[in-house]
Design a protein around this ligand. Structure first.
Ligand code: URA
Length: 216
């Protein structure tokens, strides 16, 4: 895993498979079905690191050959929260890894000046007793990620119980996010160069939602 001295909570998953799959996603000619599949596979690879420090507990189990002590996931129940719409492209992969997790949704669209406007919040109960994995493939301005975390905090979640997962981040977005929520760890496959004047990540991969769903 790579780090960046500017951003203490940023983890960049650095692996040949991650780089290859992300490069393929960046290509303009990659069709939606391949784009979706690659995003799912990349989510598995990033998800492996996001979940690395989940608490475990030891139980005694019966195997076909006798008893043994075996470790299982323990601790707070997991909730996967995609930021709609592009976050859905990552929540499926996270759910494959953690099939018993609950799924919440936060819907935000880009309003004037690229500021997020909330249009949907649907979250499981007892949120303060859960560990949240918030996902959105593009950490661009950081405004949506900040707003989504604000929504979770307002409902009683502790910042230490939230991890944010993206595919590609812009330095501007990571800076904004870490200024607003310095305790929250962020996992990405790439820290790209910059944002353009339309708040798209450069080189990025274009509009993640449109490419996942084949819209435009
Ligand atoms: N959202 C996207 O889908 N792509 C970007 O580059 C920035 C925000």
């Amino acid at each position: 895993m790579k780090t960046d001295s500017r951003f203490p909570k940023l983890h960049i998953v650095d692996h040949p498979l991650v780089t290859h799959k992300l490069s393929t996603m960046r290509e303009k000619k990659t069709p939606s079905n391949s784009f979706r599949q690659l995003l799912r596979e990349l989510t598995y690879l990033i998800g492996y690191e996001v979940t690395r420090n989940l608490p475990m507990e030891v139980r005694t189990i019966d195997t076909p050959l006798g008893k043994c002590k075996a470790s299982f996931l323990a601790g707070k129940k997991l909730v996967i929260v995609p930021i709609l719409r592009a976050g859905l492209g990552m929540s499926d992969g996270l759910l494959d890894l953690m099939p018993s997790a609950r799924v919440g949704h936060i819907g935000l669209y880009r309003g004037p000046d690229h500021m997020p406007v909330e249009y949907l919040v649907k979250l499981p109960s007892k949120l303060d007793k859960r560990q949240i994995i918030l996902c959105d493939p593009m950490l661009a301005t950081g405004n949506s990620a900040v707003a989504a975390v604000d929504t979770l905090l307002k409902r009683g979640v502790c910042p230490e119980d939230i991890k944010f997962v993206a595919l590609v981040a812009a330095p501007e977005g990571v800076e904004t996010f870490q200024k607003a929520h310095p305790e929250i760890e962020v996992f990405v496959a790439s820290l790209d160069e910059k944002l353009n004047k339309n708040a798209y990540i450069v080189p990025g991969l274009g509009d993640a939602g449109d490419r996942i769903f084949g819209t435009k």
